[in-house]
Write a protein that binds this ligand. Structure first.
Ligand SMILES: Cc1cc2nc3c(=O)[nH]c(=O)nc-3n(C[C@H](O)[C@H](O)[C@H](O)COP(=O)(O)O)c2cc1C
Length: 255
């Protein structure tokens, strides 16, 4: 594998830091290439600005249009171009973070905001149909993605009837809306619950579990999200009545 490991935690001495060091070492020991984006260590700027696209700061900014123009002209800001090169190189993307307010830390959200510009990840058209390639097909087709996240809450309260909502559903905006949308194959997330107070034994067990997940990543069955252009959705991109009949909500987008 050629893995880009994107990591968002302010302190390398954290649980996340330990799991990142462990995971990267395991991959390298098994002959895989790993490149890293340690967003805090890089002092990554998470904010989209006129300057990303070389636009006059006093002009009205149409982010989608200007980002595509700058992508095509090779004039995106240098830090975005450097991350694009890493992502083009990778066949596997690992995205690791502590769950903060039911989502990614802002620095990581801003990595996606600034990188996944129109024409690169999304807004890529099928030349024959003119239809947007999305959800299972797009600018990042051919790459695999896995989310690693640590969560303060326990397994029961993040389970199917837990008060925090089921974690697969909490992560849906990332797994489905951000990774599957531009065409990546997304495997089930690696989740560490009860992450606030972990014994040494629990850490060792978690590290072992992570080793297994990383070494089986190329063959792990993906989350069975439905493809936009696979026939399950009608021309208005609404799921046809014959699928998940009478059901609504996030779960209907899995086959
Ligand atoms: C700003 C912030 C927001 C958090 N939000 C959540 C949350 O929404 N759900 C949850 O279960 N834990 C939440 N936590 C707990 C973190 O997930 C937990 O501290 C982290 O996973 C532990 O890993 P670390 O030691 O590597 O930081 C939050 C923590 C912080 C600091």
């Amino acid at each position: 594998m050629k893995t880009l490991w994107v990591y968002a935690h302010p302190d390398p001495r954290s649980l996340n830091g330990a799991l990142r060091d462990h995971g990267v070492a395991v991959l390298r020991e098994h002959g895989h290439d790993v490149r890293e984006s340690d967003l805090y260590a890089m002092d990554w700027d998470p904010v989209v600005r006129h300057d990303d696209f070389g636009c006059d700061p006093d002009s009205r900014l149409d982010v989608l249009t200007e980002s595509q123009r700058a992508l095509e002209n090779g004039t995106l800001r240098a830090d975005i171009r450097a991350e694009h090169d890493k992502l083009r190189w990778a066949d596997t993307l690992v995205v690791q973070f502590p769950l903060w307010w039911f989502g990614m830390p802002a620095i990581l959200k801003g990595w996606f905001d600034r990188l996944f510009v129109q024409g690169f990840a999304q807004g890529v058209l099928d030349p024959t149909t003119g239809r947007a390639r999305r959800y299972g097909d797009g600018g990042l087709t051919g790459k695999r993605a896995m989310v690693i996240t640590t969560v303060g809450a326990n397994a029961a309260t993040t389970g199917p009837r837990g008060i925090h909502g089921e974690l697969d559903e909490v992560l849906f905006p990332l797994t489905h809306g951000t990774l599957w949308y531009p065409g990546m194959t997304v495997v089930p997330p690696f989740v560490v619950t009860s992450a606030l107070a972990m014994t040494d034994d629990e850490y060792n067990e978690t590290a072992k579990r992570l080793t297994e997940r990383l070494l089986t990543l190329p063959d792990t069955p993906p989350i069975p999200f439905r493809r936009q252009n696979g026939g399950d959705y009608d021309d208005h991109l609404v799921l046809r009545d014959e699928h998940a009949r009478g059901e609504t909500g996030i779960g209907i987008h899995n086959t």
